[in-house]
Ligand binder design. Structure first.
Ligand code: ZN
Length: 485
């Protein structure tokens, strides 16, 4: 083959390849005209996802490219926390801008959001948004009334595989994402602005990843986060294909973290340490958010709704606990030193023990418990050394600030409806360690004082770990700590 023949051969080959590539490309996307200047909002919540197990939050072994992309092309909130280490109250705060004392949903299962509370969906709908929710676990079932303002609320989990005995009924990320993609097909013909909330449950126990990336990450828990990330990636890819990603405020956050044995707690729900309270919040919206912003100030689950309303130019929501952080994200003002509120009433509602209320402020965390705790979060980020005795003035000031914050939330409180647990829900919550059987609750309160104190002395754990032992005892009917001889 001489040089001329070679040239013809390669040119023909290149044309052939172009033809093959064109044939292999997905069917052409019909792009209908956008009918409004309002941006879309995609809010994706990962259940049970600690900030420090995400790539952009510094975990080098994570497989979270979609979340990392939102951070790289938008803003990452470096010091973000949730309000409560449990699914329903935390989601209620994300969707209302209210702390739990104001929206009234204090636990899974027994509470439903009151009709008087105005949700993000209800605020967006009058502006012309169509509103959709896709949830992946029975703890966010429509009976808990987060449906307010949503045109559609996909909680259809009964077609899913039966859960293991008494475990929570849920839907893995690929199936939830696939339903979102199906809805996007119908949406793309109309193109009204949407607010769509997608909830992925995968990182919640039991850890049974639906991803082939499982062998690439250190634990099944990390594989479950990777699985949720793949769900997010597929939705972002479709929005990009429809040429609407840049006109969509794409948000990812989590309802709470996972303790992974820190402080003697295996999962989440009881304590208010950073292991379960620090969560990711990343957000991409090129028209208004510069790329690669790292927001260093304190932010909270309740700030998400007012920030989203500001981003789309909606009226401010009156009488809520959160504030818009948009000006600080854009560098137009210094970030506000917001107090970060936490609560866990599970010890009380599930186990008949004292509830926990806490606050993060000016680098400290104060936990109001039968034995109060104070941590210097910069010097002791794992919260291992209680310094309440060394810094009583700081503890006293934070205790007063906590009272003020509670009073402020309660001033605009709306009543939740309290429901009687049905048998199946009670069994599910018990199996997850969220609830002690009623008949044994009182007896367990008695038991907790003695054997757990022995465990605590032996392992040097904080006093509040007693409730962690109590939670564990619900799942394992025998004490794991042998009696002292
Ligand atoms: Zn959750």
């Amino acid at each position: 083959m001489d040089s001329r023949q070679r040239s013809i051969f390669y040119r023909f080959g290149a044309l052939l390849w172009l033809g093959v590539l064109a044939a292999c490309r997905a069917a052409p996307v019909s792009v209908a005209p956008v009918t409004s200047t309002l941006p879309n909002i995609l809010l994706v919540t990962f259940d049970t996802t600690r900030a420090d197990r995400i790539g952009c939050y510094g975990f080098p072994l994570a497989r979270t490219p979609a979340v990392d992309r939102l951070a790289r092309e938008g803003v990452r909130f470096a010091d973000h926390v949730t309000v409560a280490p449990i699914t329903l109250p935390a989601h209620a705060s994300i969707l209302t801008g209210l702390n739990p004392p104001a929206h009234g949903v204090r636990d899974n299962g027994a509470y439903a959001l009151g009709d008087e509370v105005i949700t993000l969906a209800e605020r967006l709908k009058p502006l012309g948004y169509e509103t959709h929710a896709f949830v992946s676990a029975a703890v966010l079932d429509r009976r808990y009334n987060l449906t307010q303002g949503f045109d559609t609320y996909d909680d259809e989990l009964w077609a899913e595989d039966d859960p293991a005995l008494f475990m929570i009924r849920d839907r893995p990320a690929p199936r939830t994402a696939s339903r979102v993609l199906t809805w996007l097909e119908t949406w793309s013909a109309k193109r009204r602005p949407f607010f769509t909330w997608v909830h992925f449950f995968d990182p919640h126990q039991p850890y049974q990843p639906h991803t082939r990336q499982g062998y690439l990450v250190p634990t099944p828990y990390d594989a479950e986060i990777a699985s949720a990330d793949e769900g997010l990636a597929s939705i972002l890819a479709r929005l990009e294909q429809l040429q609407v990603l840049d006109n969509t405020v794409a948000v990812m956050t989590a309802d709470h973290g996972e303790s992974l044995d820190e402080h003697g707690e295996k999962t989440h729900g009881l304590f208010v340490y950073d292991a379960t309270m620090r969560v990711p919040w990343v957000m991409r919206f090129p028209p208004q958010i510069p790329q690669g912003v790292v927001y260093q100030g304190p932010s909270r689950a309740v700030d998400l709704m007012p920030t989203l309303l500001a981003l789309v130019g909606a009226p401010e929501a009156p009488a809520i606990d959160g504030v818009s952080l948009l000006a600080s994200i854009r560098g137009e003002s210094k970030w506000p030193a917001l107090p970060q509120y936490h609560e866990s009433l599970l010890a009380e509602t599930g186990f008949g023990m004292a509830p926990l209320f806490a606050m993060r402020e000016k680098g400290f965390k104060y936990i109001r418990a039968p034995r109060p705790e104070l941590y210097d979060l910069a010097a002791d980020p794992k919260e291992t050394a209680n310094i309440v005795a060394a810094l009583p003035d700081v503890a006293a000031t934070m205790s007063r600030d906590l009272d003020a914050l509670l009073a402020s939330s309660e001033a605009h409180a709306k009543p939740a409806s309290v429901q009687v647990l049905d048998g199946e829900t009670a069994e599910m919550l018990q199996a997850l360690g969220y609830l002690a059987p009623a008949a044994t609750r009182a007896a367990m309160t008695q038991k907790t004082a003695s054997p757990s104190t022995t465990c605590l002395r032996r392992h040097g754990m904080p006093a509040s770990a007693a409730t962690g032992r109590a939670q564990w005892i619900v799942r394992k009917p025998r004490w794991r700590c042998r009696p002292t001889t």
